[in-house]
Design a protein around this ligand. Structure first.
Ligand code: HEC
Length: 295
């Protein structure tokens, strides 16, 4: 009569498998707070305990039927702890006396081969691998588990959320702390296209609103061009309501004004101005030499 595997081993294996299944199939990964998880564990544990009690009864019954010698041998075997028994059997070698029964004779080439049984740890690993592979393939094909696309989406979402959080908590940009940065030019150009080209035309060469690329300005409120643009975005033009106070009225928010001002600085100070001869609007206002933006 064989000794039985302790119920604690079954329970630990069941918990492990349940976690593995939930890890693969649960959508949000937060299954520890799900009642289904705990109820399932509770039910399986109770079932295992019931099975174990039935096993005890059967074992008792069978024990009575053994001969005295068999009883002694059984009790002797039962003394060895379970895990030690497992360890021993995992590395059990075929005794030399058994080997002659295990020989496969090829016959035609005269070569004989030992057909030893595989070690139990190997077989266990093999079956675990097969089962894991099947479950994994199903999870991969039908759920979001370990799917690169959904992982990518989840990470993008988290990243965008953290950017939004950062923008919300970082101090609002005003005339005082606005800073020129070349990194903002590209984004500033896009914002300029959505908000400003209707009046200032493509590239700021001028239309309803003045040419922003030349050295002539109507409104001179700040010493640097970058700050002057920011001032205009905040307050609008004092003499022409067509140029609205975009920041005050809430059309331009967050760090956008800083980006747009960087773009206007770029087209005015860093590239050749679009003159009237090249299709730009005629200069308006006074000529001005702006202070360097780095001051
Ligand atoms: C509805 C038309 C309109 C829109 C849209 C507009 N502007 Fe203007 N803008 C004007 C007009 C008109 C002036 C001239 C104001 C004046 O005469 O004082 C002007 C003036 C300016 C000036 C000062 C130029 C100077 O010579 O004093 C700047 C800088 C400027 N705008 C930037 C922008 C930016 C940046 C945007 C986009 C966010 C923008 N504007 C959107 C019409 C517009």
């Amino acid at each position: 009569m064989k000794t039985r595997t302790p119920v604690s081993v079954y329970i630990i294996v069941t918990i492990g498998l349940t976690i593995m299944a939930f890890e693969m199939f649960s959508q949000d990964g937060n299954y520890f707070s799900s009642p289904y998880f705990w109820v399932l564990l509770l039910i399986t544990t109770i079932l295992l305990l019931i099975m174990n009690s039935i096993g005890d009864l059967v074992e008792n019954e069978n024990f009575h039927r053994l001969t005295n010698d068999e009883k002694k041998q059984y009790l002797e075997e039962k003394k060895v702890p379970y895990f030690q028994k497992l360890w021993n059997s995992a590395f059990k070698k075929q005794p030399a006396t058994e080997e002659k029964d295990l020989i496969i004779d090829h016959g035609f080439d005269g070569i004989t081969e030992l057909d030893n049984s595989l070690p139990k740890w190997w077989i266990g690993l093999f079956w675990f691998g097969c089962i894991f592979c099947t479950v994994y393939m199903i999870a991969f094909a039908f759920t979001d588990y370990a799917h690169p696309d959904s992982e990518y989406e989840a990470e993008t979402k988290a990243m965008l959320a953290s950017i939004a959080e950062f923008e919300k908590n970082s101090p609002a940009i005003d005339l005082e702390n606005a800073k020129y940065s070349a990194d903002n030019i590209a984004e500033g150009e896009q914002l300029f296209k959505t908000n400003c080209v209707t009046c200032h035309a493509e590239g700021g060469k001028g239309g309803i609103g003045p040419n922003l690329t030349d050295g002539y300005w109507i409104n001179i409120k700040e010493k640097s061009l970058f700050k002057n643009v920011f001032w205009m975005l905040e307050n609008g033009s004092p003499n022409n309501p067509t140029m609205r106070p975009f920041i005050k009225e809430g059309t331009i928010t967050g760090r956008d004004a800083e980006k747009i001002a960087a773009y206007v600085y770029h087209i005015n100070q860093e590239i050749v101005p679009v003159t009237q001869a090249k299709g730009g609007a005629a200069p308006q206002g006074k000529p001005i030499q702006w202070e360097s933006v780095t001051e």
